[in-house]
Write a protein that binds this ligand. Structure first.
Ligand code: AMP
Length: 207
């Protein structure tokens, strides 16, 4: 398996780049934000609890997202690899991800961080909020809170992967395709260092 953590603040372009990466590398996309929004759409108790925090731009408890990722890994044991988007967001989540992947005989190949300054993030998310329907994209105060939460609670996850020599940062401002090429170059370098068996079929998340 070749597992990649795509990292960066809200609005950095993780979702956009993930879509391009899963097509190119045949990876399963695991976005904890998407998984939580699916719970909200289904009206589950977990979704109802998470929605209150998400709408305020605060993090959902570690055990909730770790449980969701554990279930998703279990459902996709045949995957060629995963792209983790919006997870891990705390060091506790990063430690759990290592443990979960180890149970499947694999690990994180690399973390790629997309760096974008706060004012650009606010502009992007307010623009996205016009069509995303996400309450957390429509209010500047909540957007800035999400960026603050990223800086205070999530940014330190980079250090966790840097200590394992797996961290790479890229400028997240520029043409989408240019940034995509830079991400691909990093992934290809890691794949060359740790060759994997070629994947046979497109992988989809099993809900
Ligand atoms: P995202 O779609 O990644 O921007 O996530 C939207 C919201 O979902 C975040 O602001 C958090 O409230 C929640 N969330 C998503 N992923 C996580 C995570 N790994 N840990 C805690 N909360 C999360």
């Amino acid at each position: 398996m070749h597992n990649i953590v795509l990292f960066g603040p809200p609005g950095a372009g993780k979702g956009t780049q993930s879509q391009k990466l899963i097509a190119k590398y045949n990876l399963v996309h695991l976005s904890t934000g998407d998984l939580l929004r699916a719970q909200i759409a289904e009206g589950t108790e977990l979704g109802l609890q998470a929605k209150k925090l998400m709408d305020e731009g605060l993090l959902v408890p570690d055990e909730v997202v770790i449980g969701m990722i554990g279930n998703a890994l279990q459902r996709n044991t045949q995957a060629a690899g995963f792209i983790f988007d919006g997870f891990p967001r705390t060091v506790a989540q990063a430690e759990s991800l290592d443990q979960l992947l180890a149970q499947h005989g694999t690990g994180v190949a690399c973390m790629i961080a997309l760096e974008v300054g706060e004012e650009e993030l606010v502009t992007r998310l307010l623009e996205r909020g016009k069509t995303s329907g996400r309450p957390d994209d429509q209010d500047e105060t909540k957007i800035r809170r999400r960026v603050t939460v990223y800086n205070t609670e999530t940014a330190q996850v980079a250090g966790y992967y840097a200590a394992q020599h797996k961290f790479h940062a890229l400028n997240g401002i520029g043409e989408i395709d240019d940034i995509f090429q830079q991400i691909c170059t990093l992934i290809d370098q890691h794949k060359a260092a740790q060759p994997e068996a070629p994947a046979e079929a497109t992988q989809e998340v099993k809900a």
